[in-house]
Write a protein that binds this ligand. Structure first.
Ligand code: DQQ
Length: 544
């Protein structure tokens, strides 16, 4: 098993050592998954000028072989860093990377690179043509914010397009460039989106989703039955998205919900997750999301352990039948890691109930649970002032005594004496003649260590609890990360945790209910997960 100790994960993507941030250019090609990432091969800390594209390959999105770097900051147009970007497969068989380079003057410009030999299974070598940059920085870009090109798509007019983040006269904008040959690009006058308030919304992602069903669409799909999703990242740890209508004639995007500013859009994840990027997986006709999950520990600790940053476990995503929100779910290949299983069926959890899920190693586990809520009568009235601030509401509620329906949920990574524990839970409120479900991950007691960040994360779950009479939770636990999917994947919360007790003793897992009324665990299944082979340093070949 990997060295490194200190919260090294067992099945989340991370390099063997050094710094990693944004996911770049995920791609399925010739039967293999390629994953690139912002990588400082010289050490465990972020270093703007040293960033290269790390490259790993996998047959199953679970086990990964490290291939070194695909791009390094060696050319005049990227000598101060190869920053984020995407890959596009061209119909003529070429594979292109579009990425941001920082040139010798630290100016952000856009470059293209091509796979030297697209039929090479590993795509190890990438050519950076000397005609780069393909796009210099436009004059109206302010404060050098011009970066992160998306995967390109084809419009009905046969022209390529990609979107990119640009601060234009102080306004955080997403602009579209068009090209006939992938080399000469022209900017569309009107931005795809502009949101004042935040100068630079980074790492745009723009992709089609089917109006109905879970099957994904190729990035160039458009027309009847197709909606589009625009995702933007707000420095330094919040990803937002809106579902909308895209018109490829004038390259405009109109959200279906009147969200106004991006800050009112829906969150990809209410926890600590950033710079998400999706790709179309033609093998299983699904769209898969990658996202960076940074450390919440001290810089000293990053240096001591020699690695920094992981990726969220890859998630399949599709449009919910409500046409407004995305549903995210860990890719099914995670099941190949499932080993020992324990289950609980129909257990009643009275007020104050706590039930241990014993019999498996819970530091690397996959837990699926359905809570049945027989009685919603006790639900508290929601003060509307909390609608915009679920995080504060959660802090308020977890500090108070039993209030109504919930909190109920899981307690994960608990020490024997319960001094350390992370709670993932729901509360149900009455609101506007209906009910509103709040989901939280409370890190305040996750570690005895003072110096790590221990926030409370929260978001509302857009489900009809009155009709369903139940709510589901799936939680992936992996040493220093807890990823939770509420309401079948409609609300996600990813958290980094650094409990001390794991160094010397076992961790425990519980279901609990601190609400006034009983809830029922109608079904709980928990699996111990095997350790995947992730960028193991002495890997000498492809994964099985
Ligand atoms: N990280 C990259 C930038 C991007 C930022 C540099 C987001 O391209 O805007 O590592 O985390």
């Amino acid at each position: 098993h990997h060295g490194g100790g200190h919260g090294r994960t067992a099945y989340h993507f991370q390099p063997a050592k050094n710094w990693m941030n944004d996911p770049n250019g995920p791609l399925y090609h010739n039967g293999l998954y390629h994953f690139f990432y912002q990588y400082n091969q010289h050490g465990p800390l972020f270093d703007t000028g040293k960033l290269s594209w790390g490259h790993s390959v996998s047959g199953d999105l679970v086990n990964w072989a490290f291939l070194g770097t695909a791009l390094e900051p060696t050319s005049s147009f990227d000598v101060d860093g190869c920053w984020s970007g995407s890959t596009t497969a061209l119909p003529d068989g070429r594979l292109a990377i579009l990425y941001t380079g920082r040139d010798a003057d630290e100016v952000q410009v856009q470059n293209v690179a091509f796979a030297k030999n697209p039929s090479d299974l590993l795509l190890r070598e990438w050519d950076k043509p000397s005609f780069n940059p393909i796009i210099s920085q436009p004059a109206d870009v302010t404060r050098n914010n011009f970066r992160d090109p998306t995967t390109a798509w084809l419009g009905h007019d046969g022209l390529w397009r990609f979107a990119i983040a640009a601060e234009l006269a102080g306004v955080g904008s997403t602009v579209v460039y068009r090209s006939a040959d992938f080399v000469h690009w022209e900017r569309n006058a009107a931005p795809l989106h502009a949101s004042p308030g935040v100068p630079c919304w980074e790492c745009p992602d723009f992709f089609p989703v089917a109006e109905q069903g879970t099957e994904a669409l190729d990035t160039s799909a458009s027309g009847a039955g197709v909606r589009h999703v625009l995702k933007l990242s707000k420095a330094a740890d919040e990803d937002y998205y809106a579902v909308g209508m895209y018109d490829d004639e004038d390259d405009t995007f109109s959200p279906v919900e009147d969200g106004g500013d991006v800050s009112n859009w829906r969150r990809i994840d209410h926890g600590h997750l950033f710079a998400a990027k999706t790709f179309f997986d033609a093998r299983r006709k699904r769209r898969v999301l990658w996202a960076w999950v940074d450390e919440m520990d001290t810089r000293d600790d990053d240096v001591a352990k020699g690695w920094t940053g992981i990726q969220a476990f890859p998630r399949a995503l599709w449009l919910d039948s409500d046409g407004k929100q995305l549903v995210q779910w860990p890719v099914e290949e995670i099941e190949t890691l499932r080993r020992k299983r324990v289950a609980l069926l129909g257990a009643e959890l009275g007020s104050g109930g706590l039930h241990e899920i014993a019999g498996i190693e819970t530091l690397q586990a996959d837990v699926e649970v359905v809570f049945e809520i027989p009685n919603l009568e006790e639900a508290e009235q929601l003060d509307p002032k909390w609608l915009q601030d679920p995080q504060k509401l959660c802090a308020e509620m977890s500090a108070s005594v039993q209030v109504g329906v919930g909190p109920f949920g899981l307690v994960a990574m608990a020490s024997g004496d319960m001094q350390e524990q992370t709670a993932i839970f729901f509360m149900v409120f009455k609101h506007d003649g209906a009910y509103k479900v709040l989901m939280c991950t409370d890190l305040t007691r996750s570690s005895m260590r003072e110096e790590v960040q221990k926030p409370i994360y929260a978001g509302f779950v857009d489900v009809d609890v009155e009709k369903d009479k139940s709510i589901s939770l799936r939680t992936l636990i992996d040493h220093s990360v807890i990823e939770s999917f509420g309401g079948g994947g409609r609300t996600c919360i990813t958290a980094r945790v650094y409990p001390e007790h794991v160094a010397t003793s076992n961790s425990h897992l519980y279901v609990f209910n601190n609400g006034l009324d009983a809830v029922k665990v109608s079904k709980l299944e928990a699996w111990e997960l095997a350790t995947a082979s992730v960028n193991v340093e002495d890997d000498d070949g492809l994964v099985a």
